[in-house]
Every structure is written in C-alpha cells, then in structure tokens.
Design a protein around this ligand. Sequence first.
Ligand code: ATP
Ligand code: MG
Length: 137
Amino acid sequence: VERTLSIIKPDATKRNLTGKINAKFEDAGLRIVAQKRIKLTKEQAGVFYEVHKERPFYDELCAFMASEPVVVQVLEGEGAIAKNREVMGATNPADAAPGTVRAEFAESVGENSVHGSDAPETAAAEIAYFFSGLELV
Ligand code: ATP
Ligand code: MG
C-alpha cells in the first residue's frame, strides 16, 4: 500500500480546521497512520521546500510555513499520492474543484491549507524528514 506525506498548513491549523480536513482524507479512503503537531523554524521550512528556492515566492512561503504550528501526517491507501492530491485540489483555490480541501478552506495560492507529496520519491524523502521508523507502524 502506498504512503504519502501531508501537511496541514498554518492558515488551516490557525482556523482549527484539522478535524474537518482529516474527515475529507478519511472519507476518500485514506488512513492517517502517523500525525503530529510541530512548529517549523524558517530554516526547516526552507529545507523542506528547497526545490522552490529559485521561485519568487520562496521567502514568503518559508515565513508562512513557520508562522504557526503545522500538522504533519502520513496518509496510507491505494494510490495514496494521487488520491491525496485529488482531495487537496489545485494549488490555487480559485482553480480547485468543488468539494476539495483547497476549494473549501484555502485563503490564497500561498496560504492554501495543505501540502501533499507529488511522487513516490518525494513522498519517501518527505516522510523520512518528519518521522522516524519507530513512529511508522
Ligand atoms: P504543495 O507542494 O504545498 O503540496 P503544490 O504541489 O500544489 O503544493 P507547488 O507548485 O509545489 O504546489 O508549490 C508549493 C507551495 O508554494 C504551494 O502549495 C503554495 O503554498 C506556494 N505557492 C505556489 N505558487 C505560489 C505563488 N504563485 N505565490 C505564492 N505562493 C505560491
Ligand atoms: Mg508541490
């Protein structure tokens, strides 16, 4: 079974939306197999989003991700990576399909409530960034 790394971002934790977002994941058949609330430093957010370091929004993105606690989680299920991204909706909430997390909750293209890994390689690396083997059963 596939696993993916999900983050409930600061705009969503601040508005107390963790349970509502988790319900969407569970309703789609994804199982939350690990989950914790942490507060990233700007540096830790920068390492996580290193692939975007040349993009104009990188500094703003890192500051946002460090602004409030986040909930990091591992979701498991058949085709979990694609399924999670389907439940998340498009990056820009204006383009997100009705019923998706971003359509319902995201505030802007930057403050868009959730992150999800985009491929098996990034999922493995991102899970290992946040969780130890002992935390994954
Ligand atoms: P994520 O990687 O967070 O799951 P994504 O894969 O849909 O989202 P990416 O293109 O990987 O989108 O961008 C990573 C994150 O950077 C976005 O989720 C968003 O928070 C931020 N971002 C992307 N584009 C912009 C933009 N034009 N302006 C501001 N922030 C942006
Ligand atoms: Mg991405």
